[in-house]
Design a protein around this ligand. Sequence first.
Ligand SMILES: [Zn+2]
Length: 104
Amino acid sequence: MARFLTECPALHPANPNGDYLEITWLEPTGRHKRPRTQAQTCTMCRPEWYELCMAGGLWVIRRHKVAGQHQVAGDRIIQTHETEFMREKDAYALWSDIVYGRAR
Ligand SMILES: [Zn+2]
C-alpha cells in the first residue's frame, strides 16, 4: 500500500527566541554567479527561507522572501538578501542559530 506524506519533510527553522541575534542582511553582491547550496530551509510552506551557500572557498547565507506575485505569470516575486561572506565554521554556527531560532 502506498504511503503518503502528511507533513512536509523539509527543514523548518524555529520561530525566533525573545532575544535573538539580528543579522545584518545586505544586498547581494553578485560576486559569485553560481554559489553551491549546502543546506536550505523549506521553500514551500513559508514565505521566507534560508540558504547556506559556498562560493569560491567562502560561505554566505542567503535569505529569500516572497515579496508579491507577478500579475500576469503568477510567479512569486522573490527578494534576496545575504550575509557577509565568512569562513565555514562561522557560517555553520550562524546557520544553526537560524535553524534553532537564535538568529534572524
Ligand atoms: Zn515545509
